[in-house]
Design a protein around this ligand. Structure first.
Ligand SMILES: Nc1nc2c(ncn2[C@@H]2O[C@H](COP(=O)(O)OP(=O)(O)O)[C@@H](O)[C@H]2O)c(=O)[nH]1
Ligand SMILES: [Mg+2]
Length: 293
């Protein structure tokens, strides 16, 4: 008997959704930072076994959209309800509730099995943990609750086993050697964006989109050229930094990560371009892989 299905991870920003997905897949498919809105897309991570295939989706954290890009991000979250066989609703220790009632009601009324993962328990104590489990079991009575630490891998295996139990009988949806639905260039873009989230402040990371124009694999090296797009001239200056030092750091750190990810030497050329208001431009958003409508 072969089991397969879709397991979709949703929750507030910054609760550890991407960390969990990477822990399951065993690869860094989703970038992780301590900032909200690190994840902008719905990313599939496929875990293959002899007699199962789990297709996980990592989604952006749930927010009230303020501009077109964020609306498209929330469409990715909505789509995660449509095809799920299992919903993972992730919350973190001490968190109150989803800020969005509509999403919250969808979870509590879900016909699909819901696993509520109470994450970051490495930062808690037993007493508070028990209190929290109690509280969540009242709030989401249709869920099975698992206290976990996605970062330290605590209880992650148990969740994994439970998912396999619940999954329907089905042939695989993807070839058994496939790890994700995203092309190689996507991971180049995301790696660079992670460094920008890490090293620049305030609105800068939110004004940035990456476009990898060239990805050319030779026998011993992969050559890439990527554009860092910003919305204004002043942002361009900040990205580049004094004598190019800030941009250089982004390049060096990205290249190191990409060499690890692809298992090959990487040559990465970066440049910065102003692209006014790309975040509110439907046509451009589409080109960058947002807007699924
Ligand atoms: N202490 C602790 N931190 C975690 C855990 N899981 C994730 N984090 C941290 O929480 C932050 C947000 O993680 P991320 O996976 O990007 O959250 P997402 O926005 O829900 O995808 C990062 O700084 C992670 O290192 C955990 O189990 N314990
Ligand atoms: Mg994320």
């Amino acid at each position: 008997m072969h089991k397969a299905g879709f397991v979709n991870i949703i929750g507030n920003p910054n609760v550890g959704k991407s960390t969990l997905m990477n822990a399951f897949v065993g690869e860094k498919l989703s970038i992780i930072t301590s900032k909200a809105q690190t994840t902008r897309h719905r990313i599939l991570g496929i875990v293959n076994g002899e007699d199962f295939q789990i297709i996980l989706s990592d989604t952006p954290g749930i927010i009230k959209p303020a501009y077109e890009l964020q609306e498209s991000m929330m469409d990715f979250v909505k789509s995660a309800f449509d095809d799920a066989d299992v919903l993972i609703y992730m919350v973190e220790i001490g968190e109150k509730a989803l800020k969005d009632d509509a999403f919250f009601n969808k979870i509590t009324n879900s016909k699909i099995p819901v696993l509520l993962l109470l994450n970051k328990i490495d930062m808690s104590n037993q007493e508070f943990l028990e209190e929290q489990v109690q509280e969540w079991s009242l709030k989401v009575p249709n869920a099975e609750i698992f206290p976990v630490s996605a970062l330290e891998g605590f209880n992650v295996k148990e969740v994994f086993s439970r998912i396999i139990e619940i999954l329907p009988e089905s042939p695989p949806f993807y070839p058994k050697d496939q790890l994700t639905d995203k092309p190689e260039r996507f991971f180049v873009n995301e790696t660079i964006r992670e460094k920008i989230l890490m090293h620049y402040k305030k609105e800068i990371p939110y004004a940035v989109e990456i476009d990898t124009e060239e990805f050319f694999e030779e026998e011993n090296i992969i050559r890439m050229r990527s554009v860092i797009m910003v919305e204004r001239d002043t942002q361009k200056g900040i990205i580049i930094g004094h004598k190019g030092s800030a941009l250089k750091r982004v390049g060096i750190e990205s290249r190191k990560d990409l060499e690890k990810f692809f298992g090959k030497q990487v040559h990465l050329e970066l440049y910065v371009k102003v692209n006014k208001n790309w975040r509110s431009d439907q046509r451009q958003l589409k080109r960058f892989g947002y807007n699924q409508k």
